[in-house]
Write a protein that binds this ligand. Structure first.
Ligand code: GLY
Length: 334
């Protein structure tokens, strides 16, 4: 485990006052002049570390607990993501996810380990934990992606139980949506959407996962960025990792998570890389007012970054024993 006495966390300083609550956990060595990051004198360690999109303290706490017990970042990712997948109240991940326009809940997830191996399931029904099935695809098959019925059959063959994922609340929301059947991607869900998670374990090894029910009331068969390597998630254990939330079509077109990791390889901080990846979307899509995308990233040193198109994106960071929700800086200030 790396220990540093004085830390200048360029990524967190890059997101300005929004990180006040996290930095409050550390003792400032000197006052900031408003331009330069403050140096912190403390026993702060940069990893182990867990970071996840949105305000999901129970998920990050579970992942942290797994790492703290000495298990791998990969185990932490799986178990951390499972918490949200099992949460019926979350309508964008796992059981309780909002259905497609035909009333079917279809789930997408992927996982990536420190060796750069990857597994995913897309458009899978009736299984609560797609992140675990994705891991099984990665570890127990010669393939990387299984889709639809095939993914479900595989899951059942390795011991997962079929369950109805459409809760009463989500069925009711779908019935209400059907009255007008307006297909309009929601610009932002303030506390929750796709859960992307990155973790560094005590050995400094990085893994990541991403799990979602995708766009509410999507066309049958639609798959977003979340289960697609390089778009919803990318890990390179030599460099770092990135993951995305928001309108998957935009992330797919810019291969956002791979882009962020490659930018970090070229020397950008996680914060700079997230900002540049959002910039690529802005440049390509003049209608960016109509949708939200948010990225989080971590580098090998345990520095983090996050950035979104619009306000109200946040991430939960578990580092140094503190589990903190941090508001992200964003592009659209107008
Ligand atoms: N980012 C999730 C999706 O678009 O499906």
């Amino acid at each position: 485990m790396k220990r540093r006495k004085f830390i200048q966390n360029a990524s967190l300083s890059g997101i300005g006052i929004a990180v006040g609550s996290t930095l409050a956990n550390c003792k400032p060595k000197e006052e900031s002049n408003g331009e330069n990051p403050v140096a912190f004198s403390s026993d702060v360690t940069k990893y182990p570390l867990v970071i996840a999109t949105w305000n999901v303290p129970e998920s990050t706490a579970k992942a942290w607990e797994v790492i703290d017990e000495g298990s791998s970042a990969l185990d932490a990712i799986e178990q951390g993501c499972m918490v949200e997948e099992a949460n019926e109240k979350g309508q964008s991940v796992g059981i309780g996810g909002l259905p497609d326009r035909d009333g079917k809940v279809t789930l997408d997830a992927c996982i990536m380990n420190k060796e750069g191996n990857y597994g995913a399931v897309v458009c899978m029904q009736n299984i609560v934990h797609p992140i675990s099935v994705a891991r099984k695809v990665m570890e127990d098959t010669p393939h990387v992606i299984l889709a639809g019925k095939g993914a479900e059959q595989f899951a059942v063959s390795v011991g997962f139980k079929r369950e109805d994922l459409l809760t009463e609340a989500s069925r009711k929301a779908w019935e209400e949506w059907k009255v007008k059947s307006e297909y309009k991607p929601i610009i932002n869900i303030e506390n929750h959407d796709t859960i992307g998670m990155l973790a560094i374990d005590k050995n400094g090894d990085i893994s990541g996962g991403c799990t979602t029910s995708g766009l509410a009331y999507k066309m049958a068969g639609r798959v977003g960025d979340s289960p697609i390597i390089g778009s919803g998630l990318f890990i390179d254990n030599e460099i770092g990792g990135a993951t995305a939330t928001g309108l998957g079509e935009e992330v797919l077109k810019t291969v956002g998570s791979f882009l962020i990791v490659e930018l970090m390889r070229q020397g950008r901080t996680p914060q700079q890389a997230c900002e540049e990846a959002i910039g690529r979307i802005i440049k390509k899509s003049p209608n960016y007012n109509d949708f939200q995308v948010g990225y989080i990233a971590v580098n090998k040193d345990g520095e983090t970054g996050m950035y979104s198109i619009h306000e109200h994106f946040s991430a939960t960071v578990y580092q140094n024993g503190e589990n903190t929700n941090i508001k992200s800086d964003f592009y659209n200030k107008s």
